[in-house]
Design a protein around this ligand. Sequence first.
Ligand SMILES: Nc1ncnc2c1ncn2[C@@H]1O[C@H](COP(=O)(O)OP(=O)(O)OP(=O)(O)O)[C@@H](O)[C@H]1O
Ligand SMILES: [Mg+2]
Length: 235
Amino acid sequence: MADIHNEKQTTPFIRLESISKGFETTNSPIDILSDASLSIAQGESIAVVGESGIGKSTLLHILGALDKPDAGRFFFREKDVFSMDKTRLAAFRNRTIGFVFQFHYLLSEFTALENVMIPGFIAGMPRREIRPEAEAILVRVGLKDRLSHRVTDLSGGEQQRVALARALVLKPRILLADEPTGNLDTKNSAQVHDFLLQLNREMGMTMVVVTHNMKLARYMQRQMTIHEGKLVDIE
Ligand SMILES: Nc1ncnc2c1ncn2[C@@H]1O[C@H](COP(=O)(O)OP(=O)(O)OP(=O)(O)O)[C@@H](O)[C@H]1O
Ligand SMILES: [Mg+2]
């Protein structure tokens, strides 16, 4: 894999500064994140745990530059992410971030392999270049024999692993994963844990993983939750 992960860190890698995010509801507006700040070092792995509805996915969507906060700033290597123009922001989402959604959003009419190739097509890579990468990553997540299966013919756990492969195929510097083992049995969860650990240890991939799985959470260097709209370390 590329040596982008070995760069020396001179500035904070990721920094959220006084982020607030709320939603309008029929009754009243609700504040989910409120003046929340967070610094993440390059190569750090963070588990975000906690009750349903506290804002874990909301946080991940901001880190993935998919949702803009109402206030506050998000810096990647001291560059203000939401001040980038549309093209740069799209490239940031495509190349720097790998995102595993809570509800995986695979294209159901396409095969596992095609789904994993899509980020490469978006990045403008030729098919002959992206195809071997996509195959290799699908093999890594244990789907060697499912490459040409349509997504609709895969089990929930297999779909989740396709989503993980899609997030990783371009070797992003940052992996954001929302419940990546939510649908997996013990054996496949362990396989995904090992894989994530390997990515973190061997390639220094920075990761923020939302999980209800305490075993996975303990594998990460730092465990955090959201309390009264703020990000707090546990213990
Ligand atoms: N687009 C939206 N419009 C209105 N409310 C929203 C929207 N998105 C999220 N919310 C609300 O914000 C709160 C936080 O949602 P979020 O999805 O971040 O929770 P979560 O911690 O990921 O929960 P879970 O563990 O169930 O996935 C919830 O109460 C949710 O209903
Ligand atoms: Mg969620």
